[in-house]
Design a protein around this ligand. Structure first.
Ligand code: DX5
Ligand code: ZN
Length: 216
């Protein structure tokens, strides 16, 4: 099985998102990772469902929205309507995680859960069967370009074991500090989808990295 690559638009040119999406698509991107920040769950504010809806007609790629926002339950319908394929919510922002995941699925969108670095994967014990994706955050969410936290490798392995032993089809996504140096160990630990922002959009040889990562 080859690993999928999901460039994070967080490090793209926000004045030219349509072209940036086309550029990564031409270079082999599998998914588009759409980072949503609200100035509450994290200090930064990025983009929301309106921008997702405007981008949607310009790419056929699978789009996952990573909601780093408080009260994510209020945005589910809007992202579904925008044409997002998978919505990932932060466990720490979900008061009623089970209900939220079921709500996402009821809109015919796939459902994912992200774990901050300090959040144990055992938090997922009773929701595994609902998960189309688990996202192991390998940096603290909020900004691009941070260093990969190596303590997350055992968490990735643990999630891979859970998915295997429970015979699930859940994707195992890793986000934060993914680059040429860190990716081999992340894939070895069991990741199936790699998110990379700065290593793709802000590095001179970033576009070539997409296919390099897929070959790992
Ligand atoms: C971090 C975001 C990431 C970010 C990753 O809060 O969720 O998707 O764009 O950026 P890099 O790849 O630069 O660590
Ligand atoms: Zn992200």
């Amino acid at each position: 099985m080859t690993v999928k690559v999901a460039p994070s638009l967080l490090s793209a040119d926000f004045g030219n998102l349509r072209e940036e999406v086309k550029r990564v698509e031409e270079h082999g991107a599998d998914w588009i990772h759409f980072d949503v920040m609200d100035g509450s769950f994290v200090p930064a504010i990025t983009v929301g469902p309106v921008v997702a809806a405007w981008l949607r007609p310009h790419t056929n790629l699978f789009m996952d929205a990573h909601l780093m926002i408080s009260e994510p339950e209020n945005q589910v319908e809007l992202f579904a309507k925008a044409g997002i394929d998978l919505i990932t919510v932060q466990t720490e922002a979900a008061v009623h995680l089970d209900r939220l995941l079921r709500k996402i699925k009821s809109t015919n969108v796939m459902a994912g859960v992200a774990l901050n670095p300090a959040t144990p994967a055992t938090a997922l014990e009773y929701v595994w069967p609902l998960l189309d994706l688990v996202l192991v955050m390998s940096v603290n969410p909020g900004v691009g370009g941070q260093a990969f936290i190596p303590e997350m490798l055992p968490k990735i392995s643990y999630c891979a074991e859970q998915i295997k032993s429970r015979k699930l089809k859940t994707e195992l996504q890793v986000d934060g500090g993914v680059n040429r140096e860190t990716a081999p160990a992340i894939v070895k630990a069991g990741a199936t989808v790699l998110v990379a922002g700065s290593a793709i959009f802000a590095a001179p040889d970033g576009m070539a990295l997409i296919n390099e990562l897929k070959r790992l």
